[in-house]
Write a protein that binds this ligand. Structure first.
Ligand SMILES: Cc1cc2nc3c(=O)[nH]c(=O)nc-3n(C[C@H](O)[C@H](O)[C@H](O)COP(=O)(O)OP(=O)(O)OC[C@H]3O[C@@H](n4cnc5c(N)ncnc54)[C@H](O)[C@@H]3O)c2cc1C
Length: 476
């Protein structure tokens, strides 16, 4: 659907003003916290509060940074994995063509904290725009060709209707597609356009609630980092709190029966905190204590929180990266829609002089769970080759020269892509999930976002700010 164009930092006066506006909320939050770190040592240890943060994804790191700026707090970040970043994870020099993102890859819009972080990191930004190539049946259409296609015109109209959809009774997006008679031939485009923002397949997502949370993101401007990887941007931006991250420390139990909260990890080491911020993914929080990677709570979390979690889903997600040596899409388009198993690819690296390109696809929900998760990387590549051979030709099928597949659902401490509203859910589910327990257990992370920004990096940052503000208010 769009093509990436290089823009430079603070390119125009308009973007300068936008960026300045962005910086102000971040600065004012920091100034609330502002007191130099050296002041921490002047305060007696017993008057300082020990805050434990579970998870060193973006929300955990951001909460840690805000708290660390205040000398009244000692922080510790417990991270199950051997790296920071969680669902932000970059691969250096992939396929000899530079960094690629294995998880979050795009920044949605400019008016948010994540855009601010990336923009300040001295990387050039690539803005999305432009056209796509469509492979349907045995035909390949350019953007201008497909825009004259009556099925496509009807499908686009129905996509607009979905963006405005309001109904007394909820239904799945698939049901919406059936009710509105999205033409069979172009259903794959409808799915390709929506599913990457839903984090699941259309049969599982609520048409009412994912309209505002997922589908809205389709209309946002999108940016990629041209030179610096997101992982390196995290390392720079959160350098002040990296010494407080304890990697390979998977929390197994949280006991908040006494005055202090006792947290026990996989090596049975017990740590004690005054307050705790829990940022583990929804998929992990949903697990029972007896399941691998599950966390036990003593006392149990309120049943209202468990009920809210049941109304939210977080499904398997698979990122497929392919290096190809033949350009079969039209010049000027960097998205390819197909009616194969993978309905949308993006061209994320291009070197026309060497005829080398990297395509990236995200598959979520039922397709990831029932199809790709049961295949090896080699089988997935074979399947794509067979589909491309059938719809295009064997030369294009054989243009795949290298690959990498990441199964997010199989990552022990992530177990999925991002959260979405199941049919019959409500926006209250996220508010309930985020609600602190006894003003001692605080919850953050993308699934807790109540401002329609769940499933995003900037949405996760917002939840960290909310949790930290609540702690400050509580301790004021
Ligand atoms: C394939 C994919 C594509 C995406 N694309 C985009 C995109 O383009 N743009 C965008 O804005 N967002 C995108 N997202 C979503 C974005 O990555 C997330 O919303 C965001 O990174 C979530 O941050 P978080 O802090 O809430 O959770 P996480 O990053 O998941 O951090 C939680 C951390 O908790 C740790 N943890 C879990 N259990 C334990 C335990 N028991 N003890 C200690 N630590 C534990 C985990 O290891 C993890 O590091 C994408 C996500 C995926 C998977």
């Amino acid at each position: 659907m769009y093509h990436y164009t290089k823009i430079h930092k603070m390119q125009s006066r308009r973007s300068f003003i936008k960026n300045l506006a962005l910086a102000i909320p971040a600065m004012s939050m920091a100034s609330v916290m502002l007191s130099s770190c050296s002041k921490r040592d002047e305060l007696p240890r017993k008057t300082r509060k020990r805050i434990g943060i579970i998870g060193a994804g973006i929300s955990g790191l951001h909460a840690a940074m805000l708290l660390h700026e205040n000398p009244n707090f000692d922080i510790e970040i417990l991270e199950a994995g051997d790296r920071i970043g969680g669902r932000i994870h970059s691969m250096d020099n992939a396929f000899g063509m530079g960094n690629v993102e294995l998880g979050a890859s795009e920044i949605y819009g400019t008016n948010n904290a994540w855009f601010g972080v990336v923009n300040r990191s001295q990387t050039a930004l690539l803005a999305s725009q432009g056209a796509a190539t469509y492979v349907i049946g045995e035909s390949v259409y350019s953007q201008s060709q497909i825009e004259k296609d009556s099925d496509f015109i009807q499908m686009e109209r129905q996509l607009t209707e979905l963006k405005q959809f309001q109904s007394g009774s909820d239904m799945s997006i698939e049901q919406f597609m059936t009710n509105n008679q999205v033409p069979e031939r172009v259903k794959c485009i409808f799915e390709g356009k929506t599913e990457q923002f839903l984090g699941t397949t259309v049969d599982r997502a609520s048409a009412v609630y994912n309209r505002s949370e997922g589908i809205e993101k389709m209309s946002e401007e999108k940016y990629r980092s041209a030179s610096k990887s997101f992982s390196n941007i995290l390392l720079d931006n959160y350098s002040s709190v990296l010494p407080y991250v304890l990697n390979n420390t998977a929390v197994q139990s949280i006991d908040y029966t006494g005055n202090k909260i006792k947290v026990t990890d996989n090596l049975q080491v017990e740590r004690v905190y005054d307050q705790l911020i829990i940022t583990v993914p929804l998929s992990i929080l949903k697990l029972s204590a007896s399941q691998p990677s599950g966390i036990s709570f003593k006392p149990e979390l309120p049943s209202s929180k468990r009920e809210a979690m049941d109304k939210l889903g977080m499904d398997a997600g698979v990122r497929v990266l392919l290096k190809v040596n033949k350009k079969f899409w039209n010049n000027g388009s960097s998205t390819i829609y197909t009616d194969g198993t993978i309905s949308r690819f993006e061209v994320i690296k291009s070197d026309d002089s060497k005829s080398q390109y990297v395509l990236s696809a995200s598959v979520h929900g039922a397709k990831a769970e029932t199809t790709l998760n049961n295949m090896s990387e080699a089988e997935i590549v074979r399947m794509i080759k067979d589909e491309w051979k059938a719809s295009m030709n064997s030369e294009i099928a054989n243009s795949i020269v290298d690959s990498k597949v990441i199964f997010w659902g199989k990552e022990a401490h992530i177990q999925g892509s991002f959260s979405y509203h199941k049919v019959g859910g409500s926006t209250e589910s996220r508010a309930e999930l985020a609600r602190p327990v006894e003003n001692r257990l605080y919850f953050a992370g993308e699934a807790c976002n109540t401002g329609n920004n769940s499933g995003t990096v900037h949405g996760a940052i917002d939840t960290a700010e909310t949790a930290v503000k609540a702690i400050l208010k509580q301790l004021a």
